[in-house]
Ligand binder design. Structure first.
Ligand SMILES: [Zn+2]
Length: 106
């Protein structure tokens, strides 16, 4: 219940930022400048995946536990693999077979 509500709020804030960006042409440029720091913070905190959504325990690339935070995911053989960073995902996708064991699937 609580999670669903939070997700709704997050989705709303994402679409709201997109809306602002799309229609922000006539806003003063100082608003844009003010927003640039807070926008990146918002993006960082909203692009977070619930660890219950992924099938691995560890980021197969860097070995970091997914409990530390997931910022990107990839699908591999019907499983969802969570990564701490997009760079880790890209690294994994270069040779998933070699790294999948390190993911410690649930
Ligand atoms: Zn990583």
């Amino acid at each position: 219940m609580k999670t669903t509500l939070l997700k709704g709020v997050k989705l709303f804030s994402i679409s709201f930022s997109i809306f602002l960006m799309a229609c922000g042409n006539d806003s003063a440029s100082k608003t844009e400048t003010m927003d640039s720091t807070s926008t990146s913070t918002v993006v960082d905190s909203t692009v977070t995946y619930d660890i219950s959504l992924v099938d691995n325990k560890k980021d197969p690339t860097c070995g970091m536990p997914v409990t530390a935070g997931i910022t990107d995911t990839a699908h591999y053989e019907g499983k969802v693999i969570g990564f701490c960073a997009t760079g880790c995902k890209e690294e994994f996708l270069k040779d998933p077979k070699a790294s999948i064991a390190a993911a410690e699937m649930k």
